[in-house]
Design a protein around this ligand. Structure first.
Ligand SMILES: *[C@@H]1O[C@H](CO)[C@@H](O)[C@H](O)[C@H]1NC(C)=O
Ligand SMILES: *[C@@H]1O[C@H](CO)[C@@H](O)[C@H](O)[C@H]1NC(C)=O
Ligand SMILES: *[C@@H]1O[C@H](CO)[C@@H](O)[C@H](O)[C@H]1NC(C)=O
Length: 319
């Protein structure tokens, strides 16, 4: 045996190499041939769908420089971003950094120079990121989602078929009080999350939100008798000025004044998305699964889950 293996060693290696090469070439050819035969042409039904939907095919994410004290969970973030790209191959994906954000506001809000001024004056990345998402969606629309979210379903499948021609703003809860005791800071029986929001451009609720944020910021500077750029916000002030409390307040006012919603508790225990005017409100599991409250589906991915939020808590100031 030993004799044979030594004698054939040289030739053996050559033929093995040739065999490997041949396999590789065959595989490449078959792969190419398969793509020729099995790649489906763009589905006309799919394009018709897209035209029916009011939400532009854009995904926005924001990555502003964070204080060094925050551990960067870079790897998971990239995996999350991939989930958005994979689920939505027909969408434009944009991740805005510092310069892109400035450019965007300059371009789209040239007639409102105070927007850029305010945005630049804010020092806290959480506040900037909050404000920026409202500015993005109000101007050009699309889907905004935080970096610590994973896409569970293609965006084209988010809106139930009959609502597609009507829904121009998609919002969801993070908290539904039900029979529970409200935690500190929770002012409403329902709290809307603002880690994922989708909108058609120019939705009046988003413009209302921008007005609300600017009033709040103005108020805080006068309460603290200081300028915006030297203001140190507490977590609760962020919550109230640009965060979920501000967002909930704005949605509540809008639905009350324009869509005749009597009480936010009317939305409690929602099981299916509910369209109020052109605002589509999703139940807790759409964006808020995996929580220990609000009737959220806790362990596995719920059937009606659209996005999974990982609560990396990047909005906090004391980081
Ligand atoms: C202004 O801010 C203070 C402190 O956060 C708050 O108590 C007050 O209600 C605010 N006023 C308005 C009009 O929002
Ligand atoms: C506000 O601050 C300015 C200077 O920063 C000071 O002169 C003024 O007295 C302060 N006003 C109040 C009400 O504290
Ligand atoms: C909404 O309903 C809750 C409970 O049914 C009630 O306590 C609350 O006062 C209502 N709020 C408004 C604004 O009517």
């Amino acid at each position: 045996m030993r004799y044979i293996s030594t004698a054939f060693k040289g030739r053996n290696r050559t033929s093995l190499n040739l065999l490997a090469l041949w396999c590789l070439a065959t595989w490449a050819f078959l792969y190419w041939a398969t793509t020729l035969f099995f790649t489906r042409p763009p589905d006309p039904h799919h394009w018709a769908e897209l035209r029916r939907s009011q939400i532009p095919r854009r995904i926005w994410q924001i990555q502003l420089p964070m204080p060094e004290s925050i551990p960067a969970s870079g790897i998971r973030r990239e995996a999350h971003t991939l989930s958005w790209l994979r689920q939505n191959p027909h969408y434009t994906y944009t991740r805005l950094g510092t310069d892109d954000a400035r450019e965007f506001i300059q371009t789209h809000y040239a007639d409102r120079p105070e927007y850029l001024e305010t945005y630049e004056a804010l020092q806290n990345p959480a506040l900037k990121s909050d404000l920026l998402r409202y500015l993005l969606l109000a101007a050009v629309g699309g889907v905004y989602s935080d970096l610590d979210t994973k896409a569970l379903k293609p965006i084209d499948d988010w809106v139930p078929e009959p609502y597609k021609p009507h829904a121009r703003l998609l919002v969801g809860f993070e908290w539904d009080q039900r029979d529970e005791k409200a935690p500190k800071w929770f002012t409403y029986p329902i709290q809307f999350q603002q880690w994922t929001i989708a909108a058609a451009p120019g939705h009046p609720l988003l413009h209302g939100m921008l007005d609300y944020v600017f009033v709040q910021l103005q108020n805080l500077t006068s309460v603290h008798n200081t300028t915006l750029d030297s203001l140190q916000f507490t977590d609760e002030e962020i919550w109230t000025a640009t965060g979920p409390r501000a967002w909930t307040e704005t949605i509540w006012r809008y639905l009350r004044d324009h869509e005749g919603l009597g009480n936010l508790t009317d939305l409690s225990r929602l099981q299916e998305p509910r369209l109020l005017g052109d605002v589509l409100v999703y139940p807790i599991n759409a964006f808020g699964s995996g929580q220990i409250h609000s009737g959220s589906y806790r362990w596995l991915t719920p059937k009606d889950g659209l996005v999974k939020h990982y609560f990396d808590g990047s909005w906090r100031v004391q980081m």
